[in-house]
Design a protein around this ligand. Structure first.
Ligand code: CO8
Length: 260
């Protein structure tokens, strides 16, 4: 399947999605959103695909934000009537239950940082730079920056980033808990694919429920989260993959998963 603004490749059980508008530093416009929704829908529906990686083309940017040129002349009424930006969270976060990783090469600013934060985790290259510079344009984050960044790095850093618009480099992002790992720029894709392949090799239902449980930690009380954790644990003990996983451990061999 070919798209106007992204590249999509299936590599074994991993779908690699590359934001591909390098001339605009992979800025996110309406076409990127439409292409991403379609690609993520196919990833979610394809039983052979178990994890995805999203990265940016070129070595300069993951995505330098929502497309400012597309938004500049839009009226406030249009932004509101279209519930502008809602598609990203509604389609990429709420619909997608399989794990996916953002591999951030270069700038992840504004909407770019926000899409990276929609991923289950971020692997950054040493050259990555994160920022929510919307304040400089007279606006505020619109795709989760003020909420997901604050949950990821805490109030002090999130306020600093949103109020000054300054960028955070990869080392600071790792120290602050925004990214899970920092790797050399020339190893980024290799490392992200390796992580995705590791996830894709896990029992799929267990991977999906682990994702759901960690996400729940941001949505609910500790008591409710702990109950849900026990229930999902108990549900997983009823799967064929649990029986196989424990048998394979005892027999000192890799498990062979059925996804049920
Ligand atoms: N949207 C559209 N085009 C962009 C964007 C963007 N977000 N970022 C870069 N580009 C384009 C540039 O216009 C330029 O195109 P051209 O060659 O045609 O002039 C090309 O990409 C290369 O960029 P630069 O020449 O600027 O490259 P530099 O290396 O000099 O600078 C920077 C790189 C620092 C990343 C710089 O491009 C920059 O500051 N970009 C904008 C970052 C930003 O502000 N992002 C947040 C966008 S807003 C958002 O995501 C939330 C919604 C806010 C609503 C706003 C309503 C108006």
């Amino acid at each position: 399947m070919s798209y106007e603004t992204i590249l999509v490749e299936q590599k074994g059980a991993v779908t690699l999605i590359t934001l591909n508008r390098p001339q605009a530093l992979n800025a996110l416009n309406a076409q990127v959103l439409a292409d991403m929704i379609d690609a993520f829908g196919k990833f979610e529906a394809d039983a052979s695909q178990l994890c995805a990686v999203v990265t940016g083309s070129g070595d300069k940017a993951f995505a330098a934000g929502a497309d400012i040129k597309e938004m500049a002349d839009k009226s406030g009424a249009e932004f509101y009537a279209q519930d502008f930006f809602s598609g990203w969270t509604n389609q990429l976060v709420k619909v997608v239950r399989k794990p996916w990783i953002a591999a951030v090469n270069g700038f992840a600013l504004g909407g770019g940082c926000e899409v990276a934060m929609m991923a289950d985790f971020i692997i950054a290259s040493e050259t990555a730079k994160f920022g929510q510079p919307e304040v400089k344009l007279g606006v505020a984050p619109g795709m989760g920056g003020s909420q997901r960044l604050t949950r990821a790095v805490g109030k002090a850093k999130a306020m600093d980033m949103c109020l000054t618009g300054r960028m955070m480099d990869a080392a600071e992002a790792e120290r602050s808990g925004l990214v899970s790992r920092v790797v050399p720029a020339d190893k980024l894709l290799e490392e992200a694919m390796k992580a995705a392949e590791t996830i894709a090799a896990m029992p799929p239902l267990a991977a999906m429920m682990n994702k759901e449980l960690v996400d729940m930690a941001f949505e609910t009380t500790l008591d409710t989260g702990l109950v849900m954790e026990r229930r999902m644990f108990q549900v997983l003990t009823a799967t064929e993959d649990k029986a196989e996983g424990m048998k394979a451990f005892v027999e000192k061999r890799p498990g062979v998963w059925k996804g049920r």
